[in-house]
Design a binder for this molecule. Structure first.
Ligand SMILES: *[C@@H]1O[C@H](CO)[C@@H](O)[C@H](O)[C@H]1NC(C)=O
Ligand SMILES: *[C@@H]1O[C@H](CO)[C@@H](O)[C@H](O)[C@H]1NC(C)=O
Ligand SMILES: *[C@@H]1O[C@H](CO)[C@@H](O)[C@H](O)[C@H]1NC(C)=O
Ligand SMILES: *[C@@H]1O[C@H](CO)[C@@H](O)[C@H](O)[C@H]1NC(C)=O
Ligand SMILES: *[C@@H]1O[C@H](CO)[C@@H](O)[C@H](O)[C@H]1NC(C)=O
Ligand SMILES: *[C@@H]1O[C@H](CO)[C@@H](O)[C@H](O)[C@H]1NC(C)=O
Ligand SMILES: *[C@@H]1O[C@H](CO)[C@@H](O)[C@H](O)[C@H]1NC(C)=O
Ligand SMILES: *[C@@H]1O[C@H](CO)[C@@H](O)[C@H](O)[C@H]1NC(C)=O
Ligand SMILES: *[C@@H]1O[C@H](CO)[C@@H](O)[C@H](O)[C@H]1NC(C)=O
Ligand SMILES: *[C@@H]1O[C@H](CO)[C@@H](O)[C@H](O)[C@H]1NC(C)=O
Ligand SMILES: [Cu+2]
Length: 587
C-alpha cells in the first residue's frame, strides 16, 4: 500500500465514519419547455419549477439528498450533479447511457446521493446540449463544523473569524453563464447544415440576468487585442464580438455560411434585461460567494470593483487562501471567495468578461450595500471589457500558487498510463479524445453501461482497476482552443503541463527530463481543469487519480458543443469492483 494513497483513502473514509444518519433533504424539479424572457428576448427554453436558473440546493456536509425530477418536456433529459463524488452511488451520477436510462417525457427519476464533500457545486442537464437551454442551478454544501478551516491565513482575530464562519455557512453561488438566440437543437442543425461550429453567444448572464449589448464596430475594433488581429487576416471581429468563420478557425474543414441565420456569429440585436443585484450588509463584515461557470463557450474573468477577494476553495476543496483582485473561472470550475465589506456604502460593479479568443463579450452585475447609500460615483474597475488589467497593479489569481489545504498528495507510483490525443474529427464541430469520436447515440442506450459493459463500443472507453493510481495524459494537437476537461467522480491531481507535444513513455520519464513542468508535492486536486493553450502549437496536460469509487464515469470537455461533438471518453473505473445496483434503480 502506498503511503500517499492510504492517506487519501483514509480522509474519504473518515468522512463516512463520522456520518450520522439523518433524514434526507428533499427537492422536486418540475421541468418544462416554455417561452421565457432572458436578457430581454423571449425564446423557448427549459424552466425548473417555472424558474431560470433552477433553485439553489443549500445543503450541509453529510446530508442525504433526494431530488425527484419530473420531465414534463417533449424530449428526454437527465441531470448531472457536477463535482459530487457519488461515492457508492454511481447510478445517481446522471449520465444517460452510462449510469441510467434517459428520463423520457412524462416520466420521473429520483436521484439519491450523499453530500460527502463541502463546497460549491452545480447541477445541469447531461442530455444532448440542453445545458445551453437553461437547465442548470447551483449547489452549496456548508462544511461540517468539525472540518478544519483555512481561515487563520486570513485573520487571527476572533470576531473576524466568526464573521468568516458565518459568511461561509451562507455561501451563495454566483452562476455565470452565456445565452444564445437559438435553442440547442437549432444550433446543432446550423452546425450540420453549414459546417460552422457554434462558439458564440449573445449575452453573458449572472444568476440568469443580463442584456444583449451591441457596441459599435469601432469600439469592438478598439478592444480587439493584437494577438487576435494577427489571426483575423484583415477581418474584424463581428458586430457580436465573435471571431468570423475562417478556414484555420474551422480546422480547414469545408463550410458554407450562406444559410446561417443572423445572431449565430454576426447580426447583433440589442435588448435590455434585468441586472443581478447582490445585496450585502456591511455588518456581516464578509460575504462568501461560490463562483461557478456554467457557460456553453465563455471562459470568464471575474472581478468586483474596489473589492479584493480571498480565494479559499477550488472545485469544492479548501486551498491556502490567496488574495486577488480578479481571476479566471473556466467553464465547469468553482472558486469560493471571501469578500471583505469594508468599502464606503454604495454600489460596486461586478464584472464578468469572456477571455477566450472566440468572442469579445462581457456582462455585469451590482454589489449593493444595504441600506442603499447616496454615493453615486462610479466604482473603479480592476479589469476591462475583455478581462484584461486596467492598470499595472491588478492582481490576478495565479493557478500555480494554489496549494490544497490541508496538504494532500498523489502517489509517486502509477499502475496505468493512458495517452489521449485531442483533435478535431471529420468536421469543425466534431471532436475526438480517444482514437475516435464519442457517439451521442450512447445516451439513448436501453441498457446503460452500468448494467452491461458491452453496451458501449470499447474504443470509447478506458478500463481501470479499483484501488489503483492512473495517469491521464492529454496530448493536444496544434490549432486548438483551451478545453476545460471535467471528470466525473474520482477527482484528479493536476501534476504537469507543457507547451509541446507529449513524446515520453511515462510521467516518470518526463519528470526526469523536464522536472520543472511537474508538481508532485502541492498539485491541485480538481474535477475540472483546462488544457494549456494550443492555438499556435501542441500542448499536453498530465492528470493523476486514485480509483476509489467504482463505476462508469464520464471524462469530457465542458464546452457544451465540444462535448456534444464527441470530445469525451467513458472511464470504466474499478471494473473489478462495480457495485450491485439497488432494486429501485434496476431497469
Ligand atoms: C455549525 O454550528 C453552527 C453554530 O453553532 C450551527 O448553526 C450550524 O448549523 C452548524 N453547521 C453544521 C453544518 O452543522
Ligand atoms: C472593420 O471595421 C472598420 C471600422 O468600422 C471598417 O471601417 C472596416 O471596413 C471594417 N473592415 C472589414 C474588412 O469589414
Ligand atoms: C453555399 O450554399 C448555398 C445555399 O445552399 C449554395 O447556393 C452555394 O452554392 C454554396 N456555396 C458553395 C461554395 O458550395
Ligand atoms: C460590456 O458590458 C457593458 C455593460 O456593463 C456594455 O456597456 C459593453 O457594451 C459591454 N462590452 C462588450 C464588448 O460586450
Ligand atoms: C444602488 O443599487 C440599488 C439596487 O439596484 C438601487 O436601488 C440604488 O438606487 C443604487 N444606488 C445608487 C446611488 O445608484
Ligand atoms: C469520419 O470520416 C470517415 C472518412 O470519411 C468516415 O469513414 C467516418 O464514417 C466518419 N465518421 C463519422 C462518425 O462520421
Ligand atoms: C488508441 O489506439 C491505440 C492503438 O490501437 C491504443 O494503443 C490506445 O490505447 C488507444 N487509445 C485510447 C485512448 O483508446
Ligand atoms: C475500491 O477501492 C477503495 C480504495 O482502495 C476501497 O476503499 C474500496 O473498498 C474498494 N471498493 C470495493 C467495492 O472493493
Ligand atoms: C502527441 O501528439 C503529437 C502531435 O502533436 C504526436 O507527434 C505524438 O506522437 C503524440 N504522442 C503520443 C504519445 O501519442
Ligand atoms: C520531445 O520533443 C521536444 C520538442 O520537440 C524535444 O525538445 C525533446 O527532446 C523531445 N523529447 C524526447 C524524449 O523525445
Ligand atoms: Cu473543448
Amino acid at each position: 500500500m502506498k503511503v500517499a494513497g492510504s492517506a487519501l483513502t483514509l480522509s474519504v473514509f473518515q468522512c463516512l465514519i463520522q456520518y450520522v444518519a439523518t433524514d434526507s433533504v428533499n427537492f422536486e424539479f418540475d421541468l418544462t419547455w416554455d417561452d421565457y424572457e432572458v436578457a430581454g428576448t423571449t425564446r423557448k427554453m427549459i424552466l425548473n419549477n417555472g424558474n431560470f436558473p433552477g433553485p439553489t440546493l443549500m445543503l450541509k456536509q453529510y446530508d442525504d439528498v433526494e431530488i425527484v425530477v419530473n420531465n414534463n418536456m417533449p424530449f428526454p433529459t437527465s441531470i448531472h450533479w457536477h463535482g459530487i463524488q457519488q461515492q457508492g452511488s454511481p447510478w445517481a451520477d446522471g449520465v444517460p447511457g452510462l449510469t441510467q436510462q434517459a428520463i423520457q417525457p412524462g416520466t420521473s427519476f429520483t436521484y439519491r446521493w450523499k453530500a460527502d464533500d463541502y463546497g460549491a457545486y452545480m447541477y445541469h442537464s447531461h442530455y444532448n446540449a440542453q445545458m445551453d437551454d437553461g437547465l442548470y442551478g447551483g449547489i452549496s454544501i456548508a462544511p461540517d463544523n468539525s472540518t478544519e478551516r483555512p481561515f487563520s491565513k486570513i485573520t487571527t482575530d476572533a470576531t473576524e473569524t466568526q464573521a468568516l464562519r458565518r459568511a461561509e455557512r451562507d455561501t451563495h453561488p454566483i452562476i455565470m453563464s452565456d445565452w444564445r438566440a437559438f435553442t440547442s437543437e437549432d444550433i446543432i442543425k446550423i452546425e450540420e447544415d453549414s459546417g460552422v461550429a457554434s462558439y458564440c453567444a449573445t449575452s453573458v448572464l449572472v444568476n440568469g440576468k443580463g442584456s444583449v449589448y451591441c457596441p459599435s464596430q469601432d469600439h469592438i475594433n478598439s478592444i480587439t487585442n493584437s494577438e487576435l488581429k494577427a489571426t483575423l487576416g484583415g477581418q474584424n471581429m463581428s458586430d457580436m464580438g465573435c471571431f468570423p468563420p475562417t478556414p484555420s478557425r474551422l480546422g480547414f474543414f469545408p463550410y458554407n455560411t450562406t444559410t446561417i441565420p443572423k445572431g449565430y456569429y454576426q447580426g447583433c440585436t440589442p435588448s435590455d434585461g434585468e441586472t443581478e443585484i447582490l445585496h450585502v450588509n456591511p455588518a456581516w463584515k464578509y460575504v462568501s460567494y461560490g463562483l461557478t461557470n456554467v457557460a456553453g463557450s465563455s471562459s470568464f474573468v471575474f472581478s468586483i470593483d474596489e473589492h479584493p477577494m480571498w480565494v479559499y476553495a477550488v472545485d469544492g476543496r479548501y486551498i491556502e487562501p490567496l488574495l486577488v483582485e480578479a481571476m479566471t473561472v473556466p467553464i465547469g470550475t468553482r472558486y469560493a471567495v471571501m469578500v471583505k465589506l469594508n468599502q464606503p456604502a454604495g454600489n460596486y460593479t461586478v464584472r464578468v468578461a469572456n477571455s477566450y479568443a472566440n468572442q469579445i463579450i462581457n456582462g455585469t452585475a451590482v454589489l449593493a450595500y444595504d441600506p442603499p447609500a447616496q454615493r453615486t460615483k462610479a466604482s473603479v474597475p480592476y479589469i476591462d471589457e475583455v478581462g484584461g488589467s486596467t492598470g499595472p497593479a491588478t492582481t490576478f489569481l495565479n493557478e500555480d500558487q494554489i496549494v490544497p489545504f490541508p496538504a494532500i498528495q498523489p502517489s509517486m507510483n502509477v499502475d496505468a498510463t493512458h495517452v489521449f490525443s485531442l483533435h478535431l474529427y471529420n468536421s469543425s464541430y466534431m471532436w475526438s479524445l480517444s482514437n475516435t469520436t464519442y457517439p451521442m447515440t450512447v445516451q439513448d442506450l436501453e441498457v446503460p453501461v452500468l448494467f452491461d459493459r458491452s453496451s458501449i463500443p470499447p474504443e470509447n472507453t478506458i478500463q481501470t482497476l479499483n484501488g489503483t493510481w492512473v495517469d491521464l495524459i492529454i496530448n493536444v494537437t496544434s490549432g486548438q482552443p483551451q478545453h476545460p476537461l471535467h471528470k466525473h467522480s474520482n477527482k484528479f491531481f493536476v501534476i504537469g503541463q507543457g507547451s509541446w507535444p507529449w513524446n515520453y513513455s511515462s510521467v516518470a520519464e518526463a519528470a526526469r527530463l523536464v522536472p520543472t513542468s511537474f508538481n508532485f508535492l502541492t498539485p491541485q486536486y480538481r474535477d475540472t481543469f483546462p488544457t494549456p493553450p494550443a492555438r499556435v502549437g501542441p500542448s499536453w496536460l498530465a492528470l493523476r487519480y486514485f480509483v476509489q469509487n467504482p463505476g462508469p464515469f464520464f471524462f469530457h470537455c465542458h464546452v457544451m458543443m465540444h462535448e456534444y461533438g464527441g470530445l469525451a471518453v467513458a472511464l470504466l473505473d474499478g471494473v473489478d469492483a462495480w457495485p450491485t445496483v439497488p432494486e429501485e434503480y434496476q431497469i
